[in-house]
Design a protein around this ligand. Structure first.
Ligand code: ATP
Ligand code: MG
Length: 250
């Protein structure tokens, strides 16, 4: 279990995160959902150990990781912009994080991830020759082969659309369930959060607005922000489709 206790962060005396308290069970998918600038990436980077928090504690399986450096925490992330290396091909990118970790994973296991993400046909391609969805899967494979204890994803679907988005979403779900891998996903899309996660943390202006299951968020929104920002966005989407095509499609 991952416990975040009273996490706070300031930049130049401005409060960015305040009093973040959260418990995430092993194998759960949790979305961090909130508007642009609300502190989602900052919180993800604090969990990873890349950004230092100013207050609070991070406890993982009863060990206090608050002062443990990033490399020793054993978590890993897919960054918002993927951060792939353009001079390397897809396969070289996938195994890049293993270069100092001989024996962590076997070649067979690496192949399993590659097959699971259907990347065999693309392994020799340079990053510039891949589509958005292929880049996303390479970034995911590169992170998974390091066998993280927690998988962190920053807006993994925002650059994708339609069918590709759905298929990556299904893959993330099955990875979390098959490997019992705790997964924390940043998104600003309510629909994505509701359909992907076991629990949703709604964050507004650096504070927790609500933490609950998709069912609870939809049926018992705990304040006006949740109602207005989250549910209204969904209603607007439906209303637009209704206006265009009528009841049948909305
Ligand atoms: N290194 C930094 N120095 C100063 N301020 C920062 C720094 N990083 C982030 N901030 C500020 O902290 C706030 C939260 O930023 P953060 O990147 O966590 O937002 P976000 O919710 O991920 O937004 P987005 O949806 O746009 O990615 C913003 O006001 C941002 O300007
Ligand atoms: Mg962000």
């Amino acid at each position: 279990m991952l416990k975040l206790q009273y996490i706070g962060k300031q930049y130049n005396q401005k409060v960015i995160l305040e009093n973040i308290n959260l418990e995430i069970n092993t194998g759960e998918i949790v979305s961090l959902l909130g508007p642009s600038g609300s502190g989602k990436t900052t919180l993800l980077n604090i969990i990873l150990g890349l950004t230092k928090m100013d207050q609070g504690k991070i406890i993982f399986n009863d060990t206090d990781l608050s002062n443990v450096p990033m490399k020793k925490r054993g978590f890993n992330i897919v960054f918002q912009d993927y951060a792939l290396f353009p001079h390397l091909n897809a396969y070289e990118n996938i195994v890049y994080g293993l270069r100092n970790k001989k024996g962590l994973v076997s070649e067979r296991e690496i192949q399993e991830y590659i097959e699971f993400l259907e990347l065999e046909p693309h392994l020799k391609k340079k990053i510039g020759e891949l589509s958005g969805g292929q880049k996303q899967r390479v970034a995911l494979a590169r992170t998974l082969v390091t066998k993280p204890k927690i998988l962190l994803l920053d807006e993994p679907l925002s650059a994708l659309d339609g069918v590709i988005k759905e298929s990556i979403k299904e893959r993330i779900k099955s990875i979390a369930k098959e490997f019992k891998l705790t997964t924390i996903i940043v998104t600003h899309d309510p629909e994505e959060a509701l359909t992907l996660s076991d629990k949703i943390l709604i964050i507004n202006n650096g504070s927790i607005s609500q933490f609950g299951t998709p069912y609870e968020i939809m049926n018992q929104p705990s304040n006006d922000f949740v109602k207005e920002f989250i549910l209204k966005q969904l209603q607007i989407k439906r209303q637009n489709i209704y206006n265009l095509f009528g009841e049948k499609y909305a």
